[in-house]
Design a protein around this ligand. Sequence first.
Ligand code: ADP
Length: 536
Amino acid sequence: MNTEIWYFPVSALINAVTSTFLGFYLVFTSLKKRVARYLLYFCFAVAAWSYGYFMWQMADNATDALFWVRILMIGAIFTSISYFHLVLVFINIDKERFYRILLIIFYFFSFLWLFLDFTPYFVVGVETLSYFNYWPIAGPFYTPYLIAFFTHVIYASILLLKYYRKIHGIVKIQTVLLLLGLSMAFVGGSTNYPLWYGIDIAPWGNSLVSIYVILTVYAMMKYKFMDMKVIMAELFAGLVSIIFLVEIFFSRSISESILRVLALTFVILFSMMLVRSVRREIRGKEEITDLAHSLEKANLKLKELDRQKTDFLSIAAHQLRTPLSIMKGYIELIEDGAFGKPTKGIVKTLDEMDESNERLVKLVDEFLDITRIEQGRTKFDFAAHDMNKMITNTIKELQEKADIKGQKILWKLNPAIKNVYMDDDKIRHVIFNFIDNSTKYSGESKKIWVSLEKEKDHVVVKVKDEGIGFDKQDEVNFFQKFYRGNNVKGTNVNGTGLGLYVCRRFIEAHQGEVWGKSEGLGQGSEFGFWLPVKRA
Ligand code: ADP
């Protein structure tokens, strides 16, 4: 047996093993997928062709050879039609009316060839040719069959090319791989036909059929789970390994082939590591994308919850505000003797009621402020105002409260600062809150400093006290909604944790900034803000 003859049965066997192996791989891994079922059908068609081919090559008499040629032809008939069908399924057009009719026509002819296969109309007999002892002789229907074969292959290529132009991303690579495989099979498989027509070209391209089957299964089954980088890495690794493998067969000595086997082992190991690391990287990326998605969802949900809460607060606060005002009115009327002169005991109780009522009014007002801010309904009325005058008036309002606690509010006017562009009411609210907090959280200490300064084109207001102070952990949270510091735990000072939040939002609306500073617990604190003198 010379080397050339040796090539034909061996390449047929390799094709047979490859297609059978891939067929079983599909059976065990992915038969639930529609594409996979058509792939299996295609693999088995190639396998039938390859086994028939192998047996024909091994045959030692004309009768056996003819029989196996006919078996081989069954595989050949179904290889092209199954591939065409597979491409339709892959592009997802197989259910379209036009392609259904086309499939019926193509299958009709395929079955016609199948029936003719065992008659002399298809293969007449076998004859001896160069390389082959039993080469088949074509019957009258062989050429029409060949036309059908090329129609399937060319039509499938056109469909894939058209599809390629329409799609993007990974499916594009997949289509390229299919086209690549198809052209290999076309070139490889077609080398079988010249001898039938007396052209002296032997089927040298047969081994390309294995690559065709591998590429087809690979492209269709794997692409979904990966991205381009993995496919590229795998293809590269596969190609390098094949080159190293082929090199082994061209070794001139045993030691050289041992060396090449070693090199191939290293290449395979290295390739596996490379592919694995690329795959790991991609998986990491996918996980991050998934996480980002779920975070985004959670964020949207939170935002919606926050909005619902604001709406609820707004309704509740509005409903509370009116009865509180009415109660306040009645308390004043009773105290003024509108319903008869009240006793001292009643006046004292009414005072306490009024105080509680006031606290509630303040709370409801804060709620209303917040809901207005959050729903974007706060109205700002910007104009040039005298800041010195405004601070002096605010301090006056708070003086009584400070006096009761024996506290001194130290405030020195800054005549250098004239008009500041601001919403007078809102800034007054902020300064009031800062000083009010200082009186609330001053403990035993007695002094509160208020200052107004100019720094470049900013005005800076600071309120300092010698009170309970706070540590770093609190500092960042004070200006959040409903936040009350750790420093007030254990004190019996009432509060909601809303005041500073509202202050921050008001100052931010002025394009300014707020802050709170302290050296630590018990070391006093400074709350302040800056505003641009002129608004942009
Ligand atoms: P409330 O006073 O109703 O608790 P605020 O928003 O006005 O709410 O203040 C939030 C928190 O900031 C307070 O609970 C307190 O812990 C802290 N804080 C505010 N002003 C001072 C201050 N002058 N000294 C120490 N802590 C303060």
